[in-house]
Design a protein around this ligand. Structure first.
Ligand code: GAR
Length: 210
C-alpha cells in the first residue's frame, strides 16, 4: 500500500480528484495519510476533513524564520511516514531539507506544458494569464518529480489542452483542470503505486507496461 501525503494551499480541487480516485478505485493500492496546508483557510483542509483524512496547517507566519518553518514542514512530513509526497497546488518553494529527505519521492502538478510557462512567478492563475498574453494555441498540464530547481525535475505525465478564442485566465484554468490536471495527477499516483515508474540515469522517466 502506497502511503501518500498531499501538500496544498488553496481550493484543493486536485486533492479532491485524488480522494475521489482512491475511493472509486481508479488509484489502486494507495492511502492518503495526511494533508498539509501552508494556509489555515485553505478549502483543501475542509475537503480532507470531509473525507476523514488528517489535515494540518504549517504556516510560515507561525514561525520567526524561514528555516524554522522549513524544519516544521519537514517534521510534519516525516511524522506521516509517506512513501510519496504529492504537491497538489502547493504554493511554497519546497525547501532543500525536504527534497533531500524524500529525494525521488515528491511529485508536483504544474498547469502548463513544462518547459513552457514555468519557473519563478508561474503559478496558479498567473500561468494562464501568461499563456493568453503569449498567444499560444496549445497549453496543458505536467506531472513531474521535484528536484532543487523550480518546475524542473523529471517529467512523468503531460496532457495538451486547446486554448480557445475568448478564453479568460479563469476559463482556461478550469479547462486545464478538467481536461488534464484532475486526470493526470491520479494517473501518476496510481502508476507509482503499481511500481511502474522508473527514472533512468539521464533523468528521463519511463513507464512499464502493466
Ligand atoms: C492548480 O491549477 C495547480 O496546477 C496549480 O495551482 C492550482 C491549484 O488548484 N499549481 C501551481 O501553479 C504550482 N506551480 P487546486 O488547489 O484547486 O488543486
Amino acid at each position: 500500500m502506497l502511503s501518500v501525503a498531499v501538500c496544498v494551499s488553496g481550493g484543493g480541487t486536485n486533492l479532491q480528484a485524488i480522494i475521489d480516485a482512491v475511493e472509486s478505485g481508479r488509484i489502486v493500492n494507495t492511502k492518503i495519510v495526511k494533508v498539509i496546508s501552508n494556509n489555515p483557510n485553505a478549502r483543501a483542509l475542509k475537503r480532507a476533513a470531509d473525507a476523514g483524512i488528517e489535515g494540518i496547517c504549517v504556516s510560515p507566519r507561525s514561525y520567526e524564520t524561514r528555516e524554522a518553518f522549513n524544519q516544521a514542514l519537514l517534521e510534519a512530513l516525516t511524522a506521516a511516514e509517506p512513501d510519496l509526497i504529492v504537491l497538489a497546488g502547493f504554493m511554497v518553494a519546497v525547501p532543500a531539507c525536504v527534497i533531500n529527505a524524500f529525494r525521488g519521492r515528491i511529485i508536483n502538478i504544474h498547469p502548463a506544458l513544462i518547459p513552457s510557462f514555468c519557473g519563478k512567478g508561474y503559478y496558479g492563475l498567473h500561468v494562464h494569464e501568461k499563456v493568453l498574453e503569449r498567444g499560444v494555441k496549445v497549453t496543458g498540464a505536467t506531472v513531474h518529480f521535484v528536484d532543487e530547481d523550480l518546475d524542473h525535475g523529471p517529467i512523468l505525465l503531460q496532457k495538451a489542452v486547446a486554448v480557445k478564442e475568448n478564453d479568460t485566465p479563469e476559463i482556461l484554468q478550469r479547462r486545464v483542470m478538467e481536461e488534464a490536471e484532475w486526470i493526470l495527477l491520479p494517473s501518476a499516483i496510481s502508476l507509482i503505486a503499481q511500481g511502474r515508474v522508473w527514472i533512468d540515469e539521464k533523468g528521463i522517466t519511463h513507464i512499464k507496461e502493466s
